[in-house]
Write a new protein. Structure first.
Length: 395
């Protein structure tokens, strides 16, 4: 095989200045981590691209792995040769030997302006060479093989095949959030969208045993192990929510239970997020999907905090969310039957337009503050790394 490297094209090309350097450094680090299971491969970052040398290994599983790394726009399978006319002539013929079809097109980019032959001239020269030495013919519109040639100072890169990447930013470049993870379809997809944006995700779950079962925790672990493809390690914080939830149902009129419960969840999540060094919360909410996700509800629920809350799926359709869930592998896990604290206590007539005064009234009926403190001070944490559960962080 003539191909010996991969050329990685950076996502979000508008990234400039200092951010560009951070971007390249973080992506290089993440790519090296992702390629640990392919010993021998080497990755290094340049200004315009990042390169991976294959060291004779099959490129397919390596490309598939890189397609799970955020911050990559596109991956090209490339052959690196000396930037000379003779080497290029030999390489284009060798490249076409591995292609199927009969028509080709050449595109030359000359990043190294000191290269003596101009792009158009080089294109003609190489095309003539192919016509003279093979049965391939030129077709600029309906070609079977498009040979891209990138002339750089350190070498000439030839490629025929590109593979799409995840896009977005390198993980870890845009801070850390605390994601409210429920075990449904939406929150794992929201988690994936945050990771794609370069945001590291830590998770929090409100559990209400014995009303909710341990099976929910197993489901969350499976979801996070699956998402380890995109973020190598997760922390899952589990909040013992039963006492507070029972107090809510004892003191709050039924249509307001979900609103008050969500206000409590936010209060707790903000404190845990601060403790864990997160700069924002995130949820899988989508506007209009259910009673607690109308803008009126969100306003009343959000009133408990001015801590930022990201909602990556706010405007996504369910069909699109399900598509993404299937693509990233969380769908089959999410649809396993389970009881969430929201489903168990689901009121028959939840308020779609709750009033703040009513919330204040219900919250004045019981000592929720000490129950919230108890939750914030007594949660347990699990760690999932590379598809395995760890006993403690960082193992
Ligand atoms: P999902 O598919 O993520 O469960 P959903 O459409 O079922 O979302 P809701 O149950 O109304 O919607 O929850 C909205 C959001 O609130 C969830 O996406 C999640 O971020 C958060 N959430 C709900 N229940 C819990 C829970 N028990 N623990 C942590 N977060 C929760
Ligand atoms: Mg849910």
């Amino acid at each position: 095989m003539i191909y010996d490297s991969l050329m990685i094209h950076y996502g979000e090309l508008s990234t400039k200045g200092d951010n560009r350097r951070l971007f390249v450094n973080q992506l290089t680090h993440n790519v090296r981590l992702a390629l640990r299971r392919f010993p021998g491969t080497e990755a290094w970052g340049g200004r315009d691209h990042l390169y991976v040398s294959l060291k004779g290994q099959n490129p397919e599983p390596i490309i598939a792995r890189l397609q799970e790394v955020s911050g990559i726009q596109k991956i090209s399978l490339v052959a690196k040769v000396e930037p000379t006319e003779d080497a290029l002539k030999e390489a284009v013929l060798a490249l076409l030997k591995e292609e199927k079809g009969s028509t080709f097109k050449i595109d030359v980019k000359r990043a190294d302006k000191s290269f003596p032959i101009h792009s158009y001239e080089l294109t003609c020269l190489l095309a003539d060479h192919i016509l003279d030495h093979s049965s391939w013919t030129v077709d600029l519109h309906h070609f079977d093989a498009r040979i891209k040639i990138d002339i750089r100072q350190e070498g000439a890169y030839l490629s025929c095949h590109d593979y799409p990447g995840l896009g977005g930013y390198p993980l870890g470049m845009n801070g850390k959030v605390m994601m409210l993870l429920s075990g449904g379809i939406d929150s794992p997809v929201a988690t994936f969208e945050l990771i794609r944006r370069g945001i590291k995700v830590e998770t929090i779950h409100f559990a209400s045993p014995p009303y909710t079962q341990m099976a929910v925790i197993d489901k969350l672990k499976d979801l996070l192990k699956d998402l380890n493809d995109y973020q190598p390690s997760f922390k899952l914080n589990i909040i013992p929510f039963t006492k507070l939830q029972e107090a809510i149902y004892a003191h709050v009129s039924e249509p307001y239970c979900i609103t008050i419960m969500r206000r409590m969840m936010l209060r707790i999540a903000v404190e845990v997020a601060k403790k864990e060094g997160c700069q924002a919360l995130a949820t899988g909410e989508s506007v209009g999907q259910v009673a607690s996700q109308t803008l009126e509800s969100m306003q009343v629920i959000n009133e408990v905090t001015n801590f930022p809350i990201l909602r990556p799926l706010a405007t996504s359709d369910k069909v699109r969310i399900i598509d993404t869930a299937k693509r990233i592998g969380t769908y089959e896990i999410s649809i396993r039957p389970y009881e969430d604290c929201c489903t168990i206590f689901k009121p028959k007539r939840p308020k779609t337009k709750p009033q703040l005064e009513d919330c204040y009234y219900y919250e004045s009926q019981f000592d929720w503050k000490s129950l919230v403190d108890e939750c914030v001070n007594s949660y347990t944490s699990l760690y999932l790394k590379n598809g395995e559960e760890l006993l403690k962080e960082g193992q």
